[in-house]
Write a protein that binds this ligand. Structure first.
Ligand SMILES: O=C(O)c1[nH]c(=O)[nH]c(=O)c1Cl
Length: 308
């Protein structure tokens, strides 16, 4: 069984890759992804200037998932622009994740990183952890304004990393925005924003920033991730490829994302918790599952979720 896939004309040797943010901030982390079985290298979302990020502890893993308020720690877009040629020599697609602290940052970063010619650019509209900054992805007008400005300066395939939506009216509203901005792929979803995990022993929160509030990831968000993959797959009738992110800890979870319409999947919590070897485990599990079910490739099951 081949687990290769294609997104917006770019061939991925494997369908599993890291989610932006997971083990992908430094040059060493990115090159380690390049040497691993990951199907791509995805950078940490980048900002204008290098950032240390929020005070620690800022990530906490627990049975069922994780909570984080990293605060966009990254090397700054110039460092990633310099790294991209070396990363591209690893023989797998390089996805540059673009963020910003304000709307004007995005086109500036996008134009500069586009010049380094990553294979794809992912525009992150869903960072939930900048104190005082609401997620752009929850503001349809701001999202449209920003995507149109960024589209004009990006010549490689441009994707959008969206937050989870919890109402079909919001899926429809964002579907209209995406349809008007010439978007080449979607990445659904980012963490479930501003959850709160409590340690009953210490009677305390588990991360320091924002009074303990942070983005949720892992198994517990899988139903939310699957719903968003399915909703946008149906809105676009499979015409815009989707990277499914959220709650993938084994091959079956990945298969569920493909059934809902994903063309590739990303992992965050399970990668941070298990390390780079997880890519081999997930590929083995997915290949065995597809084999058992009689599917020859991912595209044979994509979007085939049955309704009752
Ligand atoms: O706090 C972060 O760095 C962060 N954390 C997330 O869970 N998603 C994001 O997009 C970002 Cl940018």
């Amino acid at each position: 069984i081949g687990l290769s896939t294609t997104i917006a004309g770019v061939k991925f040797p494997g369908c599993f890759m890291n989610a932006a943010g997971a083990l992908c901030v430094t040059r060493d982390e990115l090159l380690a992804l390049g040497r691993s079985k990951a199907g791509a290298i995805v950078t940490k979302s980048m900002t204008m200037e290098p950032r240390h990020g929020n005070p620690e502890p800022r990530y906490y893993g627990f049975p069922g998932g994780s909570i984080n308020s990293m605060g966009l720690p990254n090397l700054g877009y110039r460092a990633y622009a310099d790294l991209i040629p070396e990363l591209k020599r690893c023989g797998k697609p390089v996805i540059a994740s673009v963020a910003g602290l304000c709307e004007d940052d995005f086109p500036t970063i996008a134009e500069a990183i586009n010049a380094a010619q990553p294979d794809l650019i992912e525009v992150n509209l869903s960072c939930p952890n900048i104190p005082g900054k609401p997620q752009i992805g929850y503001d349809a007008e701001a999202s449209e304004r920003l995507l149109k400005r960024v589209r004009r300066v990006i010549t490689v395939p441009m994707g959008v990393k969206l937050p989870p939506y919890f109402d079909p009216a919001h899926h429809d509203a964002m579907g209209k925005v995406i349809g008007r901005c010439d978007v080449d792929f979607l990445n659904l979803i980012n963490s479930v924003g501003n959850g709160l995990v409590v340690d009953p022993e210490r009677e305390a929160v588990v991360i320091k920033p924002k009074g303990g509030f942070g983005g949720l990831g892992g198994t517990l968000i899988k139903p939310v991730a699957l719903a968003n993959v399915r909703a946008f797959y149906k809105i676009f009738q499979g015409r815009i490829p989707i990277i499914g992110t959220g709650g993938i800890v084994d091959g079956v979870d990945a298969f569920e994302h493909f059934l809902c319409g994903a063309s590739a999947v990303q992992i965050g919590t399970v990668l941070v918790e298990e390390g780079l070897e997880v890519f081999g485990r997930l590929e083995t599990e997915l290949a065995a599952l597809l084999e058992k079910k009689g599917y020859r490739a991912i595209e044979d099951c994509r979007g085939k979720l049955k309704e009752l």
